[in-house]
Design a protein around this ligand. Structure first.
Ligand code: PLP
Length: 448
């Protein structure tokens, strides 16, 4: 085994990874990127089908973004936002406010999607506390089943994925969960508990980590109306959906909704550097104003909050959106993807395809988890020249918005072939060659 693999196996601990399985496989060592490709240490070239975990937008080593970072590096790599300010942070804040849904006028930086949601939760909580009187009773949150908002404890508290969050139950603050897409359920819950609720937090339109779950049209707008009726704050976590993923700059736009708090991360710096932002309305911001001794200050901040290199990358990425007309050029790619996915949905091995914009989940149905079918698809895709990563047995396609139509077609073709090969390999020898029917429970049993 080569040096990197050996050191990795000896010393590293990977995120969301069962290390026992990891240690049994030779790791793929990525050395370079070029456009929407990843290039491995052994020279192998792969389509970046996950956008390096949902964050790359315009491709790797984009000349304009690389140059902006180098330029900032020539001034300073980091200086603090505690007691000081700097041009990239101020410029980026103005740019974000200009493109964000109406009413969001204040930008609070942090360095990960988890911290962006953590900050939104703390802001909402403290806002009501400082309003005082009846409002101080607004101490609880409402989240959606299947929701994902990050891995810090506050974010986990409002999450709704039992596999990820269940084990921490005793550590978490209480929240109420409603089924996504069911506005009547939320209406009922807010009728009963609206006066105790600080905020409703949702991933607008698409729940990503929950398995690419799509909400019905009109749902988000109803959620906004219900929050307004009950004077409850709405937090939209656009860490995954932001920066063009669903076809518009922000998913909220598709429903004409403006939240009270908006969480951004992942695509903000074109996936280059760790930067996140929580945008708030002026009403929320005003709730924190006072004399220092009143202690209405938002006592929260991270060492690398508003890092200048990251802000410079984010500004450059927004420039590229304009210069390359990224969203306009995305439209025909979304249409082509939809056509290609119709063929995938017709495959016997596929139970359901869920897609919106450039977020796609190909659900292979119920299978014995020990088969690790999703993981097998990943390995098959790698042999064919693409990096994909599943959520359980749902294969996720989330390529950079900049991918060419040709590479998009190649990515989907590789995925289809990989699903076919992976399902075939899990079937007992005697059954091979029979129609797969992987999505149906019967096939799941045959596979086991
Ligand atoms: C990825 C994600 C997060 C967490 O972001 P990190 O940068 O990994 O902390 C939060 N919310 C959503 C919707 C996400 O997809």
């Amino acid at each position: 085994m080569d040096r990197i693999a050996e050191l990795d196996h000896r010393h590293l601990w990977h995120p969301f990874t069962q290390q026992r399985g990891w240690e049994r496989e030779a790791p793929l060592v990525i050395e370079r990127g070029q456009g929407t490709d990843l290039i491995a240490a052994d020279g192998g070239r792969y389509i970046d089908g996950t956008s390096s975990l949902w964050c790359n937008v315009h491709g790797h080593r984009h000349p304009a973004i690389d140059a902006a970072i180098r330029d900032q590096l020539g001034r300073i790599a980091h200086s603090t936002m505690l007691g000081l300010t700097h041009e990239p942070a101020a410029d980026l804040a103005a740019r974000l406010v200009a493109i964000a849904p109406d009413g969001l006028s204040r930008v609070f930086y942090s360095d990960a999607g988890s911290t962006a949601t953590e900050i939104a939760l703390k802001m909402a909580f403290q806002y009501w506390r400082q309003r005082g009187g009846q409002h101080a009773r607004r101490t609880s949150f409402v989240g959606l089943a299947g929701g994902y908002h990050g891995d810090t404890i506050g974010a986990v508290s409002v999450g709704g994925i039992d596999l990820f969050h269940g084990a921490y139950e005793p550590l978490l603050f209480a929240k109420r969960t409603v089924a996504p897409g069911d506005a009547d359920a939320l209406a009922g819950l807010l009728d009963r508990h609206g006066e105790e609720t600080a905020a409703v937090i949702v991933e607008p339109l698409v729940q990503g980590a929950g398995g690419i779950l799509i909400q019905p049209p009109g749902y988000l707008r109803r959620v906004r109306e219900l929050c307004d009726e009950h004077d409850v704050l709405l937090i939209c976590d656009e860490v995954a959906t932001g920066f063009g993923r669903t076809g518009t700059m922000f998913a909220c736009e598709l429903e004409g909704v403006a939240p009270d708090l908006l969480c951004l991360g992942k695509g903000l710096t074109n996936g280059y550097l760790p930067l996140a932002a929580t945008l708030a309305t002026e009403r929320l911001y005003d709730g924190f104003l006072g004399e220092p001794e009143e202690h209405r200050t938002f006592f929260h901040g991270h060492t690398f909050t508003g890092n200048p290199l990251a802000c410079a990358a984010a500004i450059a990425s927004l420039d590229v959106f304009e210069r390359e007309r990224t969203l306009e050029r995305l439209r025909p790619k979304i249409s082509r993807l939809a056509e290609l996915l119709a063929d995938i949905a017709a495959m016997d091995e596929v139970a359901e395809v869920r897609t919106l914009g450039f977020m796609t989940g190909i659900d292979l149905g119920e299978h014995d988890p020990a088969l690790r079918l999703g993981h097998r698809v990943t390995l098959e895709a790698r042999r064919r020249g693409a990096i994909v990563r599943p959520l359980g047995d749902t294969v996720v396609l989330m390529p950079p918005l900049a991918i060419s139509i040709r590479d998009l077609e190649r990515l989907v073709a590789i995925t289809a072939a990989s699903i076919g090969a992976a399902v075939a390999a899990t079937r007992p020898a005697g059954l091979r060659g029979l129609p797969a029917g992987g999505g149906r429970p019967a096939a799941g049993r045959a596979a086991a």
